[in-house]
Design a protein around this ligand. Structure first.
Ligand SMILES: *Cc1c(COP(=O)(O)O)cnc(C)c1O
Length: 438
C-alpha cells in the first residue's frame, strides 16, 4: 500500500514513511492509494472474533509488510487492551463508550497505535544503522485530549522527544494535568492563544528549513496516518455488539478536526455496514454550513464546553472529500451534520440524566442530541453516538447539569496531586522556533 498526498505534489510513500513524516512535503495529508475491502467473513463472523483479531485484519492492508505480522499483532493487542462497550441509553439510542483507556478519551486508541509503530520503526533503523536519525521529535498541537493521549502513549519511548502545544486556560484541569505532569521526554508549551494558533505554529515548523537541518520532526496530530487509521477499529467493535445486524446503525460522531468521523466513513467504504454518519459539532460549524451551502469557509475557533471540538478549520475534512472523490452528492448522501450550542449541551446532559440516569460528557451530549434530531426526521431507525471522553474530564459542566458529584477514577485523583510543569509562550512562531533550535 502506498500513500499519496492530498495536494498531489509529493511522491507516494509507504506506511512507514507516512508514519515517520506525518505530513507530506507539499503540506498535503497522506491518503491510501486505494481503499481495501474487508473480507466478508470478517463481517459475517464478527461476533466470533476477538477485538485483537478484528483490529489486525482491518489494519493489515494499510500497514502492508512494513511491520511483521507477529509485531503488528502485538501492537494492535496493546492498542485495544481496554474495554469499549456499547451501552443502551434509550430504545433507539446506544452509547459507544470510548473512555476506558489510560487518559479516558478515544484518542488513546490512535496515540497508542502510533507511538508503538514509531517506536518500532525507529528502533529497527537504529539497529540496522540505516539512518543516523536516532532521535525523533514529535510535535503536537492539542485542543484538549490529544496532548494527554500522546504524552501517555509516547512516555519513555526511547529515541522520541514529545513537544505539546496547548492553548493556555482553554483545556480542563484534568486535561492540563495529563499533559504537564509526566516529565522525562514529554515537554508541554502553554501558548497564549487558541488551538488554531497552536496548530498553525506546528504546521509552520514542519516547513521551516532551519529546523529541518537540526531536528527530525514528526507530527502526532490526527493527520498522521498511524493515528487516523486505527480509529476504524472501534466502529467494527460497535457493529460486533450491535444486535440487529440486518438494520445497521446510524452513527453520530462528536467532531472537531474530523479525524474520527473520517475513520468511520473509511470503515464503511471498506465494507462495514453503517446506515449513515452524523458529524456532531458544537457552534464551530464550518462543516455543518458546508453541507448546507457547499461552501467551505474556515472560521476562527470559538471556545465552548466541548473544547476538544473547538476547531474552525478541520484539517481532516479534506480526507472525507477524497474518499468521495470530491463529489458533493455522494458526500451528502453519507453524512449529515448538526451544530449544537452550549445551552443545548447542558440541557441535554440534564435531561438524559434525569430520564435515564446516564451521565453524558459535553462531547457525548453533542453527539447524542445530533443523533436524536436525525432520528426524529428518520423514524424507525436506530443509532449509536460515540461517547468520546469520560464525564470526569469536564466535572464543572457535568456536575452543574446533573446536580450530582462524579466519582473520579483512581488514575485521575492521583494525577490531580502532581505538580504542573509547563513553559509559557506567546503565540508567535519566532518564540517557538527559538525554543526548538535551542
Ligand atoms: C478530539 C476529540 C473530539 C474530536 O475528534 P476529531 O477526530 O478531532 O473530530 C471529540 N471528543 C473528544 C472528547 C475529543 O478528545
Amino acid at each position: 500500500m502506498k500513500y499519496y498526498s492530498t495536494n498531489k505534489n509529493s511522491e507516494r510513500v509507504s506506511f512507514k514513511e507516512a508514519t515517520i513524516k506525518g505530513q507530506a512535503p507539499d503540506k498535503g495529508l497522506y491518503f491510501p492509494e486505494m481503499i481495501p475491502q474487508v473480507d466478508k467473513s470478517l463481517i459475517d463472523g464478527i461476533e466470533e472474533l476477538s477485538n485483537e483479531e478484528i483490529a489486525f485484519r482491518v489494519i493489515k492492508p494499510y500497514v502492508d509488510n512494513e511491520i511483521t505480522d507477529d509485531d503488528l499483532f502485538k501492537i494492535v493487542s496493546e492498542t485495544v487492551n481496554f474495554s469499549i462497550p456499547l451501552v443502551k441509553v434509550s430504545d433507539n439510542i446506544f452509547s459507544l463508550e470510548l473512555f476506558y483507556g489510560p487518559t479516558l478519551a478515544f484518542k488513546d486508541v490512535g496515540a497508542r497505535f502510533m507511538s508503538r509503530c514509531l517506536g518500532y520503526f525507529i528502533g529497527r533503523d537504529a539497529e540496522s544503522g540505516l539512518t543516523d536519525n536516532s532521535k525523533v521529535t514529535v510535535l503536537v498541537a492539542t485542543s484538549g485530549d490529544t496532548g494527554g493521549a500522546v504524552a501517555n502513549g509516547f512516555y519513555d519511548v526511547p529515541g522520541v522527544d514529545v513537544i505539546i502545544l496547548y492553548p493556555s486556560g482553554k483545556v480542563s484541569p484534568v486535561q492540563e494535568k495529563q499533559l504537564t505532569t509526566l516529565g522525562k521526554n514529554i515537554h508541554a508549551l502553554e501558548i497564549e492563544g487558541n488551538f488554531d494558533d497552536c496548530q498553525q505554529m506546528v504546521k509552520q515548523a514542519f516547513v521551516d528549513e532551519d529546523i529541518d537541518q537540526k531536528l527530525f520532526l514528526t507530527s502526532a496530530n490526527s493527520i498522521n496516518v498511524a493515528r487516523w487509521l486505527p480509529q476504524q477499529f472501534y466502529y467494527f467493535f460497535a457493529y460486533k455488539q450491535w444486535a440487529e445486524k440486518n438494520h445497521p446503525p446510524v452513527i453520530s460522531v462528536p467532531s472537531g478536526n474530523f479525524g474520527n468521523v473520517c475513520a468511520g466513513i473509511l470503515a464503511k467504504q471498506s465494507g462495514l455496514p453503517v446506515r449513515h454518519f452524523i458529524a456532531a459539532c458544537n457552534v464551530n460549524d464550518t462543516v455543518t454550513e458546508y453541507l448546507k451551502t457547499e461552501i467551505f469557509q474556515a472560521q476562527t475557533a470559538v471556545p465552548t464546553l466541548s473544547n476538544a471540538m473547538d476547531v474552525g478549520n478541520p484539517s481532516n475534512f479534506i480526507r472525507i472529500l477524497e474518499i468521495f472523490h470530491h463529489q458533493f452528492p455522494d458526500l451528502a448522501k453519507n453524512l449529515s451534520s448538526y451544530s449544537i450550542s452550549d445551552e443545548e449541551t447542558i440541557a441535554t446532559i440534564k435531561e438524559v440524566y434525569e430520564q435515564t440516569k446516564y451521565t453524558l460528557d459535553p462531547h457525548g451530549a453533542v453527539g447524542y442530541l445530533s443523533l436524536k434530531r436525525f432520528l426524529q426526521t428518520h423514524p424507525g431507525r436506530k443509532g449509536i453516538f460515540l461517547e468520546t471522553a469520560h464525564p470526569v474530564k469536564f466535572p464543572d459542566a457535568v456536575e452543574n447539569a446533573t446536580g450530582k458529584k462524579i466519582e473520579p477514577p483512581f488514575s485521575i485523583s492521583s494525577i490531580m496531586k502532581l505538580e504542573k510543569k509547563s513553559i509559557k509562550m506567546n503565540a508567535s512562531y519566532e518564540s517557538f522556533k527559538n525554543f526548538l533550535l535551542d
